[in-house]
Design a protein around this ligand. Structure first.
Ligand SMILES: [Zn+2]
Length: 73
């Protein structure tokens, strides 16, 4: 995931339709290019992000056990 560093200091501007450098305010961030409010992810990326979170979570509350049976050979 080399892109993580890239996205770390950039946010998505709906106006520019791109990930842009941003200015951080108290509780909002603003695009340095157009001054519009930016968000952490684009809509599509946000859905993909949430989907990824749900996929990692075991369904039905059953923890996945990955036990290794290591016996002396
Ligand atoms: Zn912008």
């Amino acid at each position: 995931m080399e892109n993580l560093d890239y996205y770390a200091d950039r946010k998505f501007c709906a106006h520019c339709q791109n990930y842009v450098p941003y200015l951080m305010s108290v509780d909002k961030s603003f695009c340095v290019q157009c001054g519009g409010e930016v968000r952490l992810f684009s809509q599509a990326d946000w859905q993909a992000f949430n989907q990824a979170l749900q996929d990692r979570r075991p369904k039905g509350g059953r923890p996945r056990k990955n036990q290794q049976n290591k016996e002396s050979a």
